[in-house]
Design a protein around this ligand. Structure first.
Ligand SMILES: C[S@@+](CC[C@H](N)C(=O)[O-])C[C@H]1O[C@@H](n2cnc3c(N)ncnc32)[C@H](O)[C@@H]1O
Length: 263
């Protein structure tokens, strides 16, 4: 692994190779996905931020469980919905003692990479619309990091319905949205939204637009940048699940974490 990282020494994108080493500690000797896959799921190519953000997200999923008085050992069947190239799942290996992990994504290349590099989870390529191949009431924990932030409203409802189908009774779901970014929209991912788009977002409480894409996702008409307000989540998602918590900036101090329970 360190040999693989050695080309980064002297690279102006990195202040120190030690920063990277810090994230390649014990239990994290998993190969790195290739640069094009890191860029695709993470938006940046550098190894340091890929590892750092993934690790922070894993930590914050753990914190979200703590907030509701739970931890990974309470769950046996766990789904990473929209797992990408395991940016988050690579940091959860220690929990595979009690959790049987599954990962699913529409992207065949990330699923291929995961299958060949993560040996403590089962991976499956899904379609952009349900159903998933899992039987009903399979999982007791389901999480999705930055997936509902890429679905249009119609797909969002179809996926909420499908996640409800494959969740066991009382299952916990941790899904991230970019709600609290809205007041500061000028400073974040939505900085290219026009004033008209921002006003639609404020009045409809959800705004979804097709980003300008040239990569893999360009082929997916449904792939969006989507913003939800907290009010929207309470109003619309509660038709599918009980909303247990809404943790503002609960994920890497960036996305909000919606903690749901199957009724
Ligand atoms: C921003 S990436 C995040 C990936 C991963 N959760 C992470 O945090 O690294 C969004 C992921 O959602 C996946 N995705 C998008 N639409 C999806 C859908 N309809 N069903 C399942 N996965 C989807 C994409 O392929 C991509 O891997």
């Amino acid at each position: 692994m360190l040999k693989e990282l050695s080309f980064l020494v002297g690279n102006p994108y990195f202040t120190s190779i030690n920063k990277i080493k810090r994230y390649v500690g014990r239990g994290n000797e998993i190969n790195m996905p290739p640069m094009f896959l890191r860029k695709r799921v993470h938006g940046a190519r550098d190894i340091y931020s890929f590892l750092k953000v993934g690790k922070n997200c894993a930590r914050d999923l753990t914190n979200s469980l703590k907030i509701i008085g739970r931890d990974w050992s309470n769950f046996s069947m766990v789904l990473d919905f929209g797992c990408g190239c395991a940016r988050v799942l690579r940091h959860l290996k220690e929990h595979s003692k009690y959790c049987h992990f599954f990962g699913t994504d529409i992207d065949p290349e990330t699923i291929f990479w995961c299958r060949n590099n993560i040996d403590y989870a089962d991976f499956f390529k899904c379609n952009s619309l349900p159903p998933l191949k899992y039987p009903q009431e399979t999982f007791d924990l389901l999480y999705g990091v930055s997936v509902f932030t890429h679905l249009n409203e119609e797909y969002q409802f179809l996926w909420l319905d499908e996640l409800r189908r494959i969740a066991k009774k009382k299952a916990v779901l941790l899904m991230t949205v970019q709600g609290s970014l809205i007041p500061e929209i000028g400073n974040h991912c939505g900085s290219d939204l026009t004033p008209e788009e921002i006003s639609i977002l404020r009045s409809r409480q959800i705004f979804s637009r097709k980003p300008k894409l040239t990569d893999f996702f360009a082929a997916y008409e449904s792939y969006r940048h989507t913003y939800h307000t907290k009010d929207y989540i309470y109003k619309k998602w509660s038709e599918y699940f009980k909303i247990v918590e809404y943790i503002t900036r609960g994920l890497n101090n960036h996305h909000d974490v919606v903690v749901l329970e199957k009724k």
